[in-house]
Design a protein around this ligand. Structure first.
Ligand SMILES: Cc1ncc(COP(=O)(O)O)c(C=O)c1O
Length: 359
C-alpha cells in the first residue's frame, strides 16, 4: 500500500478544453502539445484521450516520441526543436515525425536526405523568429534560405512562429509580429502556424492553418491575471492527505531551520508531499492549500517528503483529512503566484513518484 498522494487527471475536462479551444478557431487544425509528459499530466494518457480529435501531437525533442509510438499513437508528431543530431533524421519515416526546423544545420541535414530520396519533402515545418529571439530564422533571411533550400521551401511547407507576448492580451507587439510574419509568408506558403493557447483565445489574427495548444488543454489560463475568455476545466488536481497532527504552544517553531514560530497555541497538520514530489522548496510561508475543503497556510520549510500547514482555525482536521495542493477547487495559478512562478512550471514539475490517477 502506498501513501494517498496522487495527481488526479480529469480526462473529461481535457476533452472539454480541447473542444472549447477548437471553437475559438474552427477553421484551424489543432496540434496538441504533449511535451514534458503533457505538462506533467501524462503524455500517453493525454494522447490516447485526444487521438480521435487532435490532428497532430507535438513534443520538444525526439526522445519524447518513443513512448507515444510504443503506446500506439499513430498521428504525426511534430518535434518542436527539430533534430538535435543528424542521425535523428533517419527516424523521420519510421517514427512518422515532422520536424520544426529552426537552424541552418538542420536544413542541410534534411535537404540532403530529400535529395537522396530517403525522405519526402512534404511534411516539414520551418520556424521563424518574430521577436522571441530564441529559435528560428530571421524573416529577412527568407529569400536566401528559400533559394538555397528549395527542396524544403515549397508552398505546402508549414512556416511557423511562436509569439513572445501572446499572454499579454492588450500588448500590440503580438499584432506587429503577426503582421511582419504574414507580410513575408502570405502568397508563398499555404500553411502557416502562429497560435499557442493564449493567442488562440485573444488574437484572432493568429488563427491560421495550424494552432499549437498546450496549457489551455490542461485547464490552466495562459494569462498572467487569469483572464479566461473560454470556459476551461481543471485537468490536474494534486492531492494528498494529513499524516500527523501537532498541537504546539505559542513560541514553538516548525520545520527545518525554525523559519516559522507560532504566535498562539497552534495546530499543525503534516501533509505527505514535498519537494521530491515537485512541490517547490521555495514555496513561502502562507502558500495556500485546501485541507478538508478549507484554505490553510503553509508554515515552515518545505521538506523532501512533507509539508506543514497551520490548521488552528479549521475544525476537525485529523490524520487522513484530504488535502488539495492545487486543482479543481484551488486554481494552480493562484498557488503559483504565491510561489513566484506560473502554473506551467508547477504542473510540469510534479515528479514521477506521484502516481497519476485517471478520472
Ligand atoms: C513552439 C511552441 N508552440 C506552442 C506551445 C504551446 O504553448 P501553450 O502551452 O502556451 O499553449 C509551446 C509551449 O511552450 C511551444 O514551445
Amino acid at each position: 500500500m502506498a501513501r494517498h498522494t496522487h495527481a488526479a487527471i480529469d480526462l473529461d475536462a481535457l476533452t472539454h478544453n480541447f473542444m472549447a479551444m477548437s471553437e475559438c478557431s474552427p477553421n484551424s487544425k489543432q496540434v496538441v502539445v504533449v511535451k514534458a509528459d503533457a505538462y506533467g499530466n501524462g503524455a500517453v494518457a493525454v494522447a490516447l484521450c485526444l487521438q480521435n480529435h487532435a490532428d497532430m501531437f507535438a513534443v520538444a525533442f525526439i526522445d519524447e516520441v518513443f513512448e507515444l509510438r510504443a503506446a500506439g499513437i499513430t498521428q504525426p508528431i511534430l518535434v518542436l526543436q527539430g533534430p538535435h543530431q543528424e542521425q535523428e533524421c533517419e527516424l523521420t519515416n519510421t517514427l512518422n515525425v515532422v520536424w520544426m526546423l529552426h537552424a541552418e544545420q538542420q536544413l542541410n541535414w534534411i535537404n540532403k536526405r530529400i535529395k537522396n530520396k530517403e525522405i519526402n519533402n512534404l511534411h516539414h515545418w520551418v520556424k521563424f523568429d518574430t521577436g522571441m529571439h530564441r529559435l528560428g530564422f530571421m524573416l529577412e533571411d527568407y529569400e536566401r534560405l528559400s533559394e538555397d533550400y528549395a527542396h524544403i521551401f515549397h508552398a505546402e511547407t508549414v512556416v511557423a512562429t511562436h509569439l513572445a507576448r501572446a499572454d499579454e492580451p492588450n500588448n500590440k507587439a503580438s499584432l506587429t509580429a503577426i503582421e511582419q510574419f504574414l507580410n513575408v509568408m502570405v502568397g508563398r506558403h499555404n500553411c502557416l502556424s502562429i497560435a499557442n493557447s493564449a493567442a488562440n483565445i485573444c488574437l484572432p489574427a493568429s488563427a491560421k492553418t495550424w494552432n499549437r495548444m498546450g496549457i489551455s488543454l490542461y485547464g490552466s489560463s495562459p494569462f498572467e491575471n487569469d483572464e479566461v475568455l473560454v470556459s476551461l476545466q481543471t485537468v490536474m488536481s494534486l492531492n494528498s492527505e494529513v499524516i500527523a497532527i501537532r498541537h504546539i504552544p505559542a513560541g514553538e517553531s516548525v520545520g527545518y531551520g525554525a523559519t516559522w514560530t507560532a504566535q498562539q497555541p497552534s495546530t499543525i497538520a503534516t501533509v505527505a508531499i514535498g519537494y521530491a514530489d515537485g512541490y517547490p522548496r521555495h514555496a513561502p510561508i502562507g502558500t495556500p492549500a485546501l485541507i478538508d475543503g478549507h484554505v490553510a497556510k503553509l508554515v515552515g520549510r518545505v521538506s523532501m517528503d512533507m509539508l506543514t500547514f497551520d490548521v488552528t482555525d479549521i475544525d476537525n482536521v485529523d490524520i487522513g483529512s484530504p488535502v488539495e495542493l492545487w486543482g479543481r477547487n484551488l486554481p494552480i495559478n493562484q498557488v503559483a503566484k504565491h510561489i513566484g512562478t506560473i502554473g506551467y512550471e508547477l504542473m510540469t514539475r510534479v515528479s514521477k513518484r506521484v502516481p497519476r490517477k485517471l478520472v
